[in-house]
Design a protein around this ligand. Sequence first.
Ligand code: DX5
Ligand code: ZN
Length: 216
Amino acid sequence: MIAPSILSADFANLARDVAAVRGADWLHVDVMDNHFVPNLTLGAPVVASIKKATDIPLDCHLMIEDPARWAPQYAEIGAKNVTFHAEAADNPLAVAKDIRAAGAGAGLAIKPGTALDPYLDVLSGFDTVLIMSVEPGFGGQKFLPDVLDKVRRLRALKDKGELTVLIEIDGGINRQTIQAAAEAGVDCFVAGSAVYGAEDPEKAVESLRELARLTP
Ligand code: DX5
Ligand code: ZN
């Protein structure tokens, strides 16, 4: 699966840029609150407008404090998946439960410096796990290959039937890095600058998907 991140789109032309990635599996929407990360993007009213503008399922990535308070409303808007950060939640399972009750899949995001192990037990209550391969906050950063150890760990657990979550990766995914991530076992690839920085975003999505698929 390829999930273009509209963080790299033109915020004054969101409908146009969303339409430009028609073949995408999910549309990745980065919500930042200027507290959990040092950047501010958009919130629920804009997500509601994007929802009306596209049939592509919305994948909301909440880089915000207090997800227990704010996450369920993105599910109510109709997002397909709502991911919040492990580092921001006191009780991740309770938040996941609320997101699911509001009708979306629940995702747990993990920063590059955060260990996966303490969260393995709660992952049975989640639909997706988002492995960050850059520090959250900005598009266009360099891929951190060390996080692929976490992906391999998750893939091994999935292969043994001990986990069912979708493994998603976010940050620095492009034509040079996607195959390493695919080889480690990623199911869903977020790509911002590699899609919207391309001359033809729709073609960029196709070619990233093809590269991931060709990975042995
Ligand atoms: C960063 C965001 C990413 C960002 C990725 O905090 O979570 O979704 O858009 O951008 P690229 O693909 O350019 O690294
Ligand atoms: Zn993101």
